[in-house]
Design a protein around this ligand. Structure first.
Ligand code: PLP
Length: 389
């Protein structure tokens, strides 16, 4: 069998037809018919007053940073186990990301660590629902309310996921989604900003369209448009939006398929976990995840690296994930760690993600399962006292 890639972007079939329709419409810039259709779908599905389709989740996070009205030196609390954009978007506005450690079970931001990191300069808390498994949003929201902080949900992994029956992306003041080719629903590069606080909607529209009130002009609310505020070009073209709509129409089937692969991996490695050879993801009660990614935690960083090589030798492309932000050159230059980050440092060295994509099919999934078992025998399994996690 040819090597199994970590990811293969899905094509659902209608992308070409919708792109042809967009081309025929003669309107190819942002916020056209397909972009609005995608936005309205997200508003309904997530339950948000307003969604804006953006060129990436990174762009949507940059819009959040502008909307948060940060002054230079203001602080934003960010998990240390995170994607670079989750912090960098705020650094672009002169803010200081303050890194906090994660919960060892879910790998999401640790609410207890948030409290200790708050200073008089703190303005916002940004959370990531890692792998589409919800953060402890009740605790995060309680802290934010008490301290009057803005909550941004980086829901890049979290389409169709929920927390206590609330869709992820609907809980914070603002939330962001990614439609990058590695995500469940994709258009190559793409994203969305969901504005759950209605007070921020009109400013978000201005920021998205180069700092102008062009959207009001198009709705006939003003007779000309002009520069109003900070902004940039945070619009996704109609061609990419047409592609995205084809994918969003299939999100239920995509999610079911991904969850089925996730469930198969979860069941397949139960015995290995019981033997202390590895640990599987933890999904707390009340969380319905998106099936975005499946990871294993190996006993040590060295064994994780050996497993990556052993899997590659068996034709399976497994990968690591985030490196601790506080330890990166950018993190050290622009951010600050709130204390020590033992969980992030530990987990980031031991985590390995398995291939998981729509269209993998049972044969490839079983080949990954077999390769993991055989690679485990050749690596962790040779230890006389495997670690119990
Ligand atoms: C949690 C998180 N946020 C943001 C991003 C950036 O997404 P995009 O590539 O759409 O900018 C990623 C990318 O994988 C991510 O994992």
């Amino acid at each position: 069998m040819p090597a199994i890639p970590f990811n293969r972007p899905l094509l659902v079939g209608n992308e070409h037809a919708y792109i042809d329709e967009a081309l025929a419409s003669g309107k190819l810039s942002g916020n056209g018919k397909f972009a609005r259709t995608c936005a309205e779908w997200l508003e309904r599905r997530v339950g948000s007053p307003r969604a804006l389709i953006t060129p990436s989740c990174t762009a949507a996070l940059e819009m959040c940073a502008i909307l948060a009205d940060l002054d230079p030196g203001d602080e934003v609390i960010v998990p240390d186990f995170a994607f670079v954009s989750t912090a960098n978007a705020f650094v672009l506005r002169g803010a200081v990301p303050v890194f906090v450690d994660i919960d060892p079970q879910t790998l999401n931001i640790d609410p207890d660590a948030i409290e200790g990191a708050i200073t008089e300069r703190t303005r916002a808390i940004v959370v990531i629902h890692y792998g589409g498994v919800a953060c402890d949003m009740d605790s995060v929201q309680a802290i934010a309310r008490r301290r009057e902080l803005i909550v941004v949900e980086d829901a890049a992994h979290s389409i169709e996921a929920s927390y206590r029956d609330r869709p992820l992306g609907s809980i914070g003041h603002l939330s962001t989604f990614s439609f990058h080719e590695t995500k469940n629903v994709q258009c190559g590069e793409g994203g969305a900003l969901l504005i759950n606080d209605p007070r921020l909607v009109s400013r978000a529209e201005v920021i998205q369209d180069k700092g102008t009130d062009r959207s009001r002009f198009f709705r006939g609310e003003v007779d000309k448009y002009t520069w109003q505020d900070l902004g940039s070009s945070y619009l996704l073209s109609e061609v990419a939006s047409a592609f995205l709509w084809a994918q969003l129409e299939c999100v239920k089937a995509i999610t079911l398929e991904r969850r089925a692969i996730w469930d198969r991996y979860f069941a397949a490695f139960e015995a290995a976990e019981a033997q202390g050879l590895l640990r599987r993801p933890v999904v707390p009660a009340g969380c319905h995840h998106s099936g975005h990614l499946f990871y294993l935690l190996l006993p040590t960083a060295g064994l994780r690296d050996e497993m990556l090589h052993a899997l590659a030798d068996r034709g399976v492309h497994a990968v690591f994930h985030y490196l601790p932000l506080h330890d990166s050159p950018g993190g050290q230059r622009f951010g600050r760690a709130a204390g020590y980050m033992p969980v992030t440092e530990d987990v980031s060295g031991r985590l390995l993600r398995l291939p998981l994509w729509s269209g993998m099919g049972d044969v490839r999934v079983e080949a990954v399962v077999d390769a993991v078992h055989s690679a485990l025998d050749a690596t962790v399994g040779r230890l006389s006292h495997p670690r119990v996690f």
